[in-house]
Design a binder for this molecule. Sequence first.
Ligand SMILES: [Zn+2]
Ligand SMILES: [Zn+2]
Length: 144
Amino acid sequence: MGKLVHLLCPDCGYQFISKYGIGKTDLAAGTRDFPSEEEKEVGVNFAQYIVDNPHELVFIRKLIREHRPVILKTWEHQPYVCPHCARLYNRFTYHFLFKNGDYAPSFICLDCGRVLEKVPLKQAVLCPKCKQRNLAVDNVVPWE
Ligand SMILES: [Zn+2]
Ligand SMILES: [Zn+2]
């Protein structure tokens, strides 16, 4: 369950759909084939959310193996913005807790290499295309 926020630039027509989604365990949804023992262990099918980065899946499974038992505190879709060039991204983020620490990913701008920042639900964002205006919220729809 989550929200899709349609953003629109009143000046140049740039559009972006921000994805916000709080995870619930896939185990609760009934019997589910997990792609790995590690994902079964935490009850979340990362492969279904992270479709464009196989290296990240390998990393997550290794992290679970090396630090078990781990607790998955949060996992959600979240929009990010580059503080330098204003490019917008949707990313799947998560936060693991384990005995001697924790881990949450950081994401990098594909254009300029800066570390991306989360965009909270109500925060206005600059249009990454014309950089003249903030994007207006055009529409918000529930996202199953
Ligand atoms: Zn950037
Ligand atoms: Zn614009």
